[in-house]
Design a protein around this ligand. Structure first.
Ligand code: ZN
Length: 347
């Protein structure tokens, strides 16, 4: 079979790849259908890694995939050949101190598909066929869209982020940065009962998508500074801010517009940033990080499968596996792309 494999910066190939093994007890074989390109996949493609994490051996990319079950091992219940599924890329060890404390997303021995953090690297899911333990599969309704099912993982990230904020019922929420994660955070906040959702970015194209995903108001930070001034009134008009851009000025803005006693959840991976911490002190703000997900993967699958959230505005395009390089080039162009997917043989 074949897989989409990164060899180094700007060196992405569709390579022959070791066939998936026949499913053993408790396992299922899946023909991969759709695979979404994520920011971390793009980092491997554009830069060969991020920070100290570099690609040191060929590695299949991808951790956002859907598929169709093609074979079942002994003893599997609740799943049939032909079922549509999403594949959970996260495999915490279950035995380390964090797993035992109920924080499996912080696992000290995490195996996460398509990550060069470990040696040998943890191979990704952009392959034609996979064999995995059935606990990693979430089943979808027969009528579910496999492109939408492949967005289970990023939605799980955003449900986990929303959970960090506590109850959003009746709250005014501000989402800074409207890439796929920002737009899915808008949708997750809507689902969680937020009554006013303001989304901001520096270009108009993602803002239109944020509106389609449930934002009540949008602000182009490059052209509309008045809107931000209005949100600063009386120490801030926002109850909960979500920083989804990874850009320091966006976090700076959230410190200004979040009301006294409000919460700010950091979803984007920012680097070092000088910040006016006196605002955090004087306004008694809570700053909270959020990382990956755990049980939210199943929740995301249910929400998508039941059609409680429409993900179609997010999908920029779907490319065949042989066109993977073109798919990555489009995904890298933030002015044109939101979520770009690759279609494999199961689709
Ligand atoms: Zn662990």
């Amino acid at each position: 079979m074949k897989a989409v494999v990164i060899h180094g910066a700007r060196d992405l190939r569709v390579d022959p790849f070791e066939d998936a093994l026949p499913p053993g007890p408790g396992e299922a074989q899946v023909a991969v259908a759709n695979g979404g390109i994520c920011g971390s996949d793009l980092h491997y493609y554009l830069h060969g890694g991020f920070g100290a994490i570099r690609v040191q051996q060929p590695m299949a990319l991808g951790h956002e995939v859907s598929g169709v079950v093609t074979a079942l091992g002994a003893g599997v219940e609740g799943l049939r050949v032909g079922d549509k599924v999403a594949v959970n890329p996260s495999r915490p060890c279950g035995a380390c101190a964090y797993c035992l404390r109920g924080q499996p997303n912080q696992c000290l021995d995490m195996r996460f598909n398509g990550s060069a953090m470990r040696m040998p690297h943890e191979q990704g899911l952009f392959r034609e066929t996979l064999t995995v333990p059935v606990q990693l599969l979430e089943r979808f309704d027969p009528g579910a869209d496999l492109a939408h099912a492949a967005m289970t993982e990023p939605l799980a990230v955003c449900l986990h982020a929303v959970r960090q904020a506590g109850s959003l019922v009746g709250q005014t929420v501000f989402v800074a940065g409207c890439g796929p994660i920002g737009c899915l955070t808008v949708a997750a906040a809507r689902l969680a009962g937020a009554t006013r959702i303001v989304a901001a970015d520096i270009t108009d194209t993602p803002l239109a998508i944020a509106r389609a995903m449930g934002a009540d108001e949008t602000i182009n930070l490059a052209t509309d500074s008045d809107a931000m001034e209005a949100l600063k009134r009386d120490k801030g008009q926002v109850d909960v801010g979500f920083e989804c851009s990874g850009a320091a000025p966006a976090l700076r803005g959230l410190l200004d517009i979040t009301r006294a006693g409000g919460r700010i959840v950091l979803v984007g991976m920012g680097g070092d940033a000088p910040l006016p911490l006196q605002l955090t002190v004087a306004k008694e703000l809570t700053l909270k990080g959020t990382f990956r997900f755990h049980e939210e993967f199943a929740t995301a699958a249910r929400v998508i499968s039941d059609g409680r959230i429409d993900l179609s505005p997010l999908l920029t395009g779907v490319y065949e596996m042989e066109e993977a390089v073109a798919a990555f080039d489009l995904a890298a162009d933030k002015s044109r792309a939101m979520k770009v997917q690759i279609r494999f043989s199961g689709g």
